[in-house]
Structure formats: structure tokens, C-alpha cells
Design a protein around this ligand. Structure first.
Ligand code: ADQ
Length: 469
């Protein structure tokens, strides 16, 4: 964290959600998740603040503080949640930014709500950010905030990080409000992306849409310099390793294996139930392999954990119905009494339980059609302190740039996916261990604390080299 504190300036984070959740007795506690763990200590150190929505519609909670961090709630009404969050963010931007895997809904009422909520965030930030402080805005729900905030508070250093991919020019320019969105992002000193390709797409888009000067990853707009760059996010490696090493986790891992009937190979999928994640694709590949006899239901089982997500959005309801039908079909066909061949959980699990499952998984299947990064792939490698286990990873996950020791696959290619699964299942122990050592070395080199430090250090440089300052 040394780079961040070296800036010596208070940091204000803005994200759709506050990093806290309510406990059963009504108190607030930091929510689990690497982003929170990476940023919380830094906010405490710098006397920083986090601005976001509590997650409860129409919640008008006053600012409060949890474990030494100031939290500033921004209210979002039930109607805005439907229009700004489920609508514009998750039914227009999300599919468009993920290769238009589903059709986006472009609705001007939703856009108006997106603007209203972004404006509310920018106003809150303008009111509370100390003079000359650093504001770090997160993700696709808040892309207008940097521009609005820059206009109100030119003294601030403003950074933005996009957790999801930035699409190609051809896709992005479908968006009816494309100019407003890129102008919003150009309010920053630094715009961070997961992969080099995302940063390139952004610069190319800006170059096409606006009257700007572009030099590689630097854009000059409105007399200011804006830098775009890649900052691949990671996980809290120490935390995952600590959980994985614990006695309770080891016991739970053995128990999980026993409950699954002690199969030779456990294949595992862990995802939010999102159509970008390729869950159906891997289930179908598994079914074909059973059908062809390349896998054996008495030796190979699959566990798929799918977290409930965005249940009010129709594409998600359709995806869930299609996956659950598929699980039923595969189990109907290949299971034996008391021994299903696919174990499916539509649940959010405690992190300890996830880590125990990762440890139990001999082969991890991460097969998104498109994914900003995919932290599950990194968590799996961090959890395998035994140095064994094989990761099958889609080339279309951001993590593929770094995790080159995974069995990488194009998930659109059915045959290649089947072969990748069989290769992983049959891989010789020596090769498995070699690849896992490579994966673990890689993630240890770049954990989430390092990610935050690198982004903030680059933001500092970008703000001080800005031609206007
Ligand atoms: P997500 O699309 O949510 O994140 P991912 O990066 O895999 O995808 O993160 C999911 C997180 O949720 C992981 O930390 C995982 O442990 C947790 N999780 C998954 N299933 C769970 C379950 N059943 N119970 C409890 N926890 C579960 C978005 C982008 C990604 C990007 C991240 C971070 O879509 O591409 O990697 O942000 O930038």
C-alpha cells in the first residue's frame, strides 16, 4: 500500500454499492470481497470516504462510519433501481459491453434515470470531497460521474476503473447516448481497464466520436490530458491461502469429496448465474462427453454453484430456466440413485465454503463468452495450496492474459472445449503440478492490494502531468 499512502491525499471511492452490509442485529459490517479488502485499509489510513448506495431502495440513511471508514449513502428509489440499475446498467450497458451476447434494451426513460442517479452521485462527491483530494469512481453504473464532477470540482484528481470489458467501436457506437458516456469518462485523469484491448477500444472509440487528439493511450480533450491504461484486478491472495490452509477447510474439503461419492475427478464451476459466464456451454460439453463415453458418470462428477443475480431482468430469468432444465436433463439421463452426476446449487455461499469447494475441485471450468477479468479463476489457483488441480480457462476472460498456465480454450468451439476438459481430466500429475505452480506464482505477483497501489500511483502521475494543471 506504500504507493497509495505516499500520495498523502484523502481518497474518496464512489461505487454503486457501499462496501458494507447489515448484520442480523441491524449493525453494519464490511461486506466480503477483494475490492473492499483492498480499499478499506487504505481509506482508513488516509481518512477517506466511500460513497454509494446501501442496496435498499428508498433508504435515506445518514452518513455513518464502520471500522474507521466514513460511509456516505446515496439514496436510490425503488423506481430508480428498476430503471437505472436493472434497466440501463444491466439491460442496456451490460449486454452491449459483453459482445452484445443478448439484445440490449435502449429506453430513454431508463437513460434519464441513469443520468439522474449519476448526477446525484456527482453532487454528493462534489459536496464531500476535500480540496485537492483523489476520487476513484468504479464501474459501468457510474460512467457519467467523472465528467459531472470535473465540471463542479476542477481541483480534484479523478480516476475511473471499469470492471467489465469495453466493447469494440462498432458495438459501442450502437449506444444512442454514446457521446455522453465517453464525455463522462473523459472527465478523468486516468481511466483504467482490465485488459490492453479494453483501453485500446476506448481510445479508438473516443477518437472516432469526438474531436480529440489521440496519442497511443493518451487523449487530449477540452484542453486536458486523459490517460487510458490496463490494470488487471486481482484477489486477496493471503486471505484465500489462509482460509485454504485452515483445519476446518481441510476437513470440509474431505467431507465434500465423501458426500459426492468420492469420485475420481470433481469438475467445478462457480459463477454468478449470468449468461456471459458460459454455464450452459460447459454443461452441454459435459453431457456430450458422458454420451460419447469419454467421461464416465461413475468416475467424473460436476458441481456447479450459481449465485442468484439480477433476478428481475428477463435475460437472467431465461438463463436460469435454461440451465436448470439442462441440469435436470443431464441428471435424468446419467445419474444413479443417490449419486447425481451434476450437483447444482443456486445459492450464494460463504467464502470459507467456496474455498473448501475450490480445494475439492480437481478441474475448474471457467468458460465465459466474455468476462472483464474473472476472479474465480484466480481464487481457484490461490486455494490450491496443495499445488494440484487444473484450470480450464476461456480465452475471453481477462484472466487469460496472465494465467497462461491454464488450459486455455475458445468456448465457442464445442470440440475444443470437449478436448480441453478431457485434457484436464487426464493430465499427468507432473504436468498438473507444473502448471499449478505457474498459476500460483503469477497470482502471487499481482494481488488486489498491488492492483490498487498501481492504479493510484498511475493516477497520481496522470494528474500531475496533465497539461492543464
Ligand atoms: P463478476 O461478474 O461478479 O465480477 P468474478 O470476477 O468471477 O465475476 O467475481 C465473482 C465473485 O463472486 C468472486 O469473488 C466469487 O468468489 C464470488 N462468488 C461467485 N459465486 C459465488 C457464490 N455462489 N457464493 C458466494 N460468492 C460467490 C465483475 C466482472 C468480472 C471482474 C470482477 C472484478 O464481471 O469480470 O473480474 O467484476 O473486477
Amino acid at each position: 500500500m506504500s504507493e497509495t499512502s505516499a500520495m498523502g491525499r484523502p481518497i474518496v471511492i464512489a461505487a454503486n454499492r457501499l462496501p458494507v452490509m447489515r448484520t442480523d442485529d441491524g449493525d453494519w459490517t464490511p461486506s466480503p470481497g477483494g475490492l473492499v479488502r483492498a480499499l478499506y485499509p487504505m481509506l482508513r489510513e488516509t481518512g477517506g470516504t466511500w460513497v454509494g448506495w446501501t442496496g435498499n431502495p428508498d433508504d435515506d440513511a445518514e452518513p455513518f462510519s464502520v471500522e474507521g471508514v466514513d460511509l456516505h449513502p446515496v439514496p436510490v428509489s425503488a423506481e430508480e433501481m428498476s430503471l437505472y440499475y436493472e434497466g440501463f446498467s444491466n439491460d442496456a450497458l451490460w449486454p452491449l459491453y459483453h459482445d452484445a451476447l443478448r439484445e440490449s434494451t435502449y429506453d430513454s426513460e431508463q437513460w434519464d434515470a441513469y443520468r439522474t442517479v449519476n448526477d446525484r452521485f456527482a453532487t454528493a462527491l462534489a459536496d464531500i470531497a476535500p480540496e485537492g483530494s483523489v476520487v476513484w469512481v468504479h464501474d459501468y453504473q457510474l460512467q457519467l460521474v467523472p465528467g459531472l464532477l470535473r465540471a463542479a470540482r476542477p481541483d480534484l484528481t479523478i480516476g475511473f476503473f471499469l470492471h467489465i470489458p469495453f466493447p469494440s467501436v462498432d458495438l459501442f457506437t450502437r449506444l444512442p447516448w454514446r457521446d455522453e458516456i465517453v464525455k463522462g469518462l473523459l472527465g478523468c485523469d486516468l481511466v483504467g481497464f482490465q485488459r490492453p484491448r479494453d483501453a485500446q477500444n476506448f481510445v479508438a472509440t473516443v477518437d472516432q466520436l469526438l474531436d480529440v487528439q489521440v496519442d497511443d493511450t493518451t487523449v487530449t480533450y477540452d484542453g486536458r490530458t486523459v490517460v487510458a491504461g490496463e490494470y488487471p484486478i486481482s484477489i486477496d491472495v493471503d486471505e484465500v491461502e489462509e482460509i485454504a490452509t485452515g483445519r476446518a477447510t481441510r476437513q470440509r474439503t474431505s467431507q465434500i469429496r465423501a458426500r459426492l461419492g468420492d469420485p475420481e475427478v470433481i469438475m467445478l464451476g462457480v459463477d454468478r448465474l449470468d449468461y456471459t459466464k458460459g454455464i450452459g456451454l460447459r454443461l452441454r460439453a459435459f453431457a456430450r462427453l458422458l454420451e460419447d463415453g469419454r467421461l464416465d458418470p461413475t468416475r467424473h462428477v460436476m458441481v456447479q454453484v450459481a449465485t442468484p443475480t439480477r433476478e428481475a431482468v428477463e435475460h437472467y430469468q431465461d438463463e436460469r430456466a435454461s440451465i436448470e432444465r439442462l441440469v435436470g436433463e443431464i441428471n435424468g439421463r446419467f445419474s444413479r440413485i443417490g449419486l447425481p452426476v451434476v450437483h447444482y446449487l443456486y445459492q450464494s455461499l460463504p467464502y470459507d465454503e467456496l474455498v473448501a469447494l475450490y480445494r475439492a475441485g480437481d478441474v475448474m471450468l471457467v468458460t465465459p463468452f466474455r468476462d472483464g477479468m474473472n476472479l474465480v479463476a484466480k481464487e481457484y489457483a490461490a486455494a490450491h495450496i496443495d499445488g494440484d488441480g487444473v484450470l480450464v480457462l476461456s480465452e475471453f476472460a481477462g484472466a487469460a492474459d496472465e494465467l497462461t498456465d491454464a488450459v486455455q480454450v475458445n468456448p465457442h468451439d464445442d470440440r475444443a472445449l470437449e478436448d480441453a476438459i478431457v485434457e484436464a481430466v487426464e493430465m499427468h500429475r507432473h504436468e498438473r503440478r507444473g502448471r499449478m505452480a505457474g498459476l500460483r506464482d503469477q497470482i502471487r505477483k499481482s494481488d488486489v492490494q498491488g492492483w490498487a497501489g498501481r492504479f493510484l500511483a498511475a493516477l497520481d502521475v496522470a494528474s500531475t502531468t496533465d497539461t492543464s494543471s
